[in-house]
Design a protein around this ligand. Structure first.
Ligand SMILES: NC(=O)C1=CN([C@@H]2O[C@H](COP(=O)(O)OP(=O)(O)OC[C@H]3O[C@@H](n4cnc5c(N)ncnc54)[C@H](O)[C@@H]3O)[C@@H](O)[C@H]2O)C=CC1
Ligand SMILES: CC(=O)C(=O)O
Length: 305
């Protein structure tokens, strides 16, 4: 596959931004990558290191400014504080809201057809504010959401059934965080309900959901951050946009019913969120999703003026 002439800018060249850059480089999705960070020395070092890895592909990578990022086709926002052991994602909001405001104002004017992908946490809350502050249409501003959690869930379910992860379709929905929920009633393997193929009781289901939810905490406890999983997710999102693949992903996007951004299945294409798909949920899942929406809205209301 030849890289397209699109440019992707990554804001934040720390653990996550650099891992996303490496994933994009190796997958040869676009010809040009720009890395931007307030810490220009770190950014330059990451670019130099990644440029060595670029001999595996035809991709050019360089350090850029916020203004240049604003003129890129896709802008991936990873800049922000990360969780320390046992910090929740929501606890980052004070610091990361301020960083987001700063980034968006320094990127302006943002090109009208740019796609803004939020990765920094709390991703659902930041997606809401990025929609408000960027001036872009809501369909062009969304967060990586629970795609990463869904991949984690799918891996657990697949290993129980001894099938490939890709053969299981299962969604974590709601917040990319502690109030997330599993849409058990729609989990399936090529159309057959997962729970009919591999019946697990309520206690076991709760255990699987908890392991999925805790995975980031466990990784952060041992190595201080997560990066490879989100890099795979973010580069897949970029690929889907660049090639207008119209894949269905659980992404954090605007929800009229909840008055916030949270993850539900969305069709992703060249212009961003192209459409949404209904997801049949049982009563328990519906109420868990509503609670997740309420907890995101609660944080938003503290900052929304
Ligand atoms: N959505 C998801 O699934 C995931 C989200 N994350 C989140 O990604 C964020 C970044 O994590 P890491 O890369 O590990 O942190 P990091 O601390 O390694 O990197 C963050 C970078 O942002 C930069 N930065 C801060 N303010 C800036 C500004 N105004 N303009 C430009 N750059 C700025 C810092 O200089 C730093 O290099 C965190 O909020 C973390 O929670 C991390 C993993 C998965
Ligand atoms: C840190 C984070 O949000 C994750 O790995 O899920």
């Amino acid at each position: 596959m030849l890289p397209t002439s699109d440019t992707i800018a990554i804001i934040g060249a720390g653990s996550v931004g650099s891992a996303i850059a490496q994933s994009l480089l190796l997958r040869k999705i676009v010809a040009d990558l720009i890395l931007v960070d307030i810490d220009t020395e770190l950014c330059n070092a990451q670019v130099q290191d990644l440029a060595d890895a670029a001999y595996l592909s035809n991709v050019r990578i360089r350090q850029g400014t916020s203004a240049e990022a604003g003129q890129s086709n896709i802008i991936v926002v990873t800049a922000g504080a990360k969780q320390r052991e046992n910090d929740t994602r929501m606890s980052l909001i004070d610091r990361n809201y301020a960083i987001l405001e700063n980034i968006l104002s320094s990127m302006k004017p943002i090109r009208e057809d740019a796609i803004l992908v939020l990765v920094a946490n709390p991703v659902d809350v930041l997606t809401y504010f990025a929609q408000k502050l960027s001036g872009l249409p809501q369909s062009q501003v969304f967060g990586s959401g629970t795609l990463l959690d869904s991949i984690r869930l799918r891996a657990i379910l697949a290993s129980k059934l001894k099938v490939a992860d890709t053969s299981v379709s299962a969604y974590v929905i709601g917040e990319h965080g502690d109030s997330q929920c599993v849409a058990w009633s729609t989990a399936n393997v090529h159309g057959t309900p997962y729970l009919s193929l591999f019946p697990i009781d309520e206690e076991e289901r709760a255990k699987v959901a908890a392991i999925t939810k805790r995975k980031a905490y466990e990784i952060i406890k041992a190595k201080g951050f997560t990066s490879y999983g989100i890099a795979a997710v973010a580069s897949t999102i970029c690929e889907c946009i660049v090639f207008d693949q119209r894949r269905v992903f659980p992404l954090s996007h605007w929800q009229n019913d909840f008055g916030c951004c949270l993850s539900l299945p969305a069709v992703l294409g060249r212009s961003g969120i192209v459409s949404t798909l209904p997801i049949p949920l049982d009563q328990e899942e519906t109420s868990a999703l509503a609670q997740s929406g309420a907890s995101i809205k609660d944080i938003i209301s503290k900052y929304d003026v």
